[in-house]
Ligand binder design. Sequence first.
Ligand code: GDP
Ligand code: MG
Length: 167
Amino acid sequence: YCGFIAIVGRPNVGKSTLLNKILGQKISITSRKAQTTRHRIVGIHTEGPYQAVYVDTPGLHIEEKRAINRLMNRAASSAIGDVDLIIFVVDGTHWNEDDEMVLNKLRQAKAPVVLAINKIDNVKNKDELLPFITELSGKFNFTDIVPISAQRGNNVHKLQEIVRRSL
Ligand code: GDP
Ligand code: MG
């Protein structure tokens, strides 16, 4: 089982932290130079017969400077149409217009989009999480919604189960 997975989201939501957590000690390869035709491979996680290839999607280079501008200017048929699963990472304590723009970009994706609500360790009042989830699920048809703490590792295994299922 093998598939390509994109972790997307505006800067500072915890994408790199999540990727590092997933790759952990089981990292097979991380290379800035490894290329596929349409993606830059940032990590491969192999577990038994499962191989998840994490990629940067050229259509979602949201960590570049002035990234949002670039994002908006990109052709509609970007590489997000070319992965098997998209993990959309948001900060459970801050939603802003950059999140909104990334989400709108995802409307062009063909792959299932999983919502990972990160930094739940920072959400002091857990009652606030439900309205947040309700609001976001009204904006987009996510296949799964998983509250996580990438930093502490909470629920990251649930996300990995979803990844395995998609391979
Ligand atoms: P990226 O820009 O999306 O790749 O975000 P980073 O992974 O660089 O994380 C941005 C900041 O958020 C860093 O200071 C992380 O330590 C912090 N961060 C990431 N995940 C969590 C989390 O689950 N909880 C908390 N409290 N902080 C986090
Ligand atoms: Mg990062």
